[in-house]
Design a protein around this ligand. Structure first.
Ligand code: S3P
Length: 432
């Protein structure tokens, strides 16, 4: 287990970086390439542990995938090119791999076993196993298919109209991927719009997708055609640097090439509401996904309320938003965010317990948290609990804390941002 010691920065963060590729888009590019006919060439791929788990799983199903850094080539052979794996499909720490892959496996006429790490074993899978069973897949698993390990035998499935209780792109994508292999039409309705990378990328791969507000449908029997995919930088990774730029005194940093899909830019709305001094520049469209550069400066921030439809648009950013809120004047209330409890860790508990250790005035609520700003944070021993975003959020908090902080288990950060500390060093001017 690797730990990291950090102290309060003596000077501001300056300069510019490009964050690594978007995790959600990288996963989808590999999976869609694997089920498509012909070659898919990906650039800007995130070589983080989660996306490497996706590659390994599809290789075990007989797909040739070559990966070197951020370049990946996938030699898809169509839906029927996937073979029954002779080994267990290990998803590591990745919920996206688990849930989207189950949607693909639901329509494949073979047996497979899906397993992950101890965090995955705690995450609810009935939100996908239930609709997939109704579509006709045979699924078994711990607590009747609620948790991994899961076994699945796919085959002839039927379209479904599924009303999801949660706004989850993983659930929506899983069902749509099963639907593409099913008889008839499949529709997913969600309570608020979750990220729509699946819809956009399926269209780019030649699939017809019908969208109407919070409802999305596909007809079964559609094939995907391999293509080139450019993956923009991950706004969820950029969020840590945006927050660092806002809270570390005397900072001004540029983050280039960040994906700004509107289903992901809740963090931008919150920064505006909090009064963060930032600019979005060079907005452009790359492969059906909007991209921009950000410039952020040290800011005086105010507390805000974050709730409702905004939550799915920033769900992964809440740990770092809590750090920003601890430095804002006034109170920040985060509600409607029960989903935080079923992420890589229970992020209500982990954020609140770790920021409390640093002296923040923060309390957990059943569906979020309340943070009263502007406490002087104190260095402390902080645990990532194996959750990449907790490790990064606490590392940023440590940069403004009095005294030394040690962050335990920082290896977890490799899941989504393997070059995180290199980028911090670059911006603080201590790069070798
Ligand atoms: C993701 C969807 C979100 C997000 C996760 C990635 C995806 O999860 O938290 O990091 O790529 O579809 P949910 O769909 O479960 O909300």
């Amino acid at each position: 287990m690797s730990n990291k010691s950090l102290t309060c920065l003596q000077k501001g963060l300056k300069g510019s970086v490009q964050v690594p590729g978007d995790k959600s888009i990288s996963h989808r590019a590999v999976m869609f390439g694997a089920i498509a006919e012909g070659k898919t060439e990906i650039t800007g791929f995130l070589p983080g542990a989660d996306c490497l788990s996706t590659i390994a799983c599809f290789q075990k199903m007989g797909i040739d995938i070559l990966q070197k850094g951020d370049k990946v080539t996938v030699y898809g052979k169509g839906w029927s090119g996937l073979n029954e794996p002779s080994e267990i499909l290990d998803v590591g720490n990745s919920g996206t791999t688990t849930r989207l892959m189950l949607g693909i496996l639901a329509g494949r006429p073979f047996h497979s076993v899906v397993i992950g790490d101890e965090s995955i074993a705690r995450r609810p899978m009935s939100r996908v196993t239930e609709p997939l069973r109704q579509m006709g897949a045979e699924i078994d698993g711990r607590e009747d298919g609620t948790y991994t390990p899961l076994s699945i035998r796919g085959g002839e499935t039927k379209g479904i109209h599924w009303v999801s209780k949660v706004a989850s792109a993983q659930v929506k994508s899983c069902i749509l991927l099963a639907g593409l292999q099913s008889e008839g039409k499949t529709t997913v309705e969600e309570p608020s719009l979750s990220r729509d990378h699946t819809e956009r990328m399926l269209e780019a791969f030649g699939v017809e997708v019908t969208r109407d507000n919070m409802t999305v449908s596909v007809e079964g029997g559609q094939a995907l055609k391999g293509r080139s995919v450019f993956v923009p930088g991950d706004i969820s990774s950029a969020a840590f640097l945006l927050a660092a730029g806002a809270i570390v005194p005397d900072s001004e940093i540029t983050i280039e090439n960040v994906g700004v899909n509107p289903t992901r830019t809740g963090i931008v709305d919150v920064m505006k509401k909090m009064g963060v001094s930032f600019k979005e520049k060079n907005k452009r469209d790359v492969n059906g996904e909007p991209v921009a550069d950000f410039v952020v400066k040290t800011s005086n921030m105010q507390g805000t309320t974050i709730e409702g439809d905004l939550i799915p648009r920033l769900i992964d950013e809440i740990p770092i938003i809590a750090v920003m809120a601890s430095q804002a004047v006034g109170t920040t209330v985060i509600k409607d965010a029960e989903e935080l409890k079923v992420k890589e860790t229970n992020r209500i508990d982990t954020v609140v317990s770790q920021l409390k250790k640093m002296g923040a005035d923060i309390e957990a609520t059943p569906d979020g948290m309340i943070i009263r700003g502007s406490a002087q944070l104190q260095g402390a021993e902080l645990d990532s609990f194996g959750d990449h975003r907790i490790g990064m959020a606490m590392s940023i908090a440590a940069l403004i804390a009095k005294g030394e902080s040690t962050i335990l288990d920082t290896e977890a950060i490799n899941v989504s941002y393997p070059t995180f500390y290199e980028h911090i060093d670059k911006l603080r001017g201590t790069e070798n």
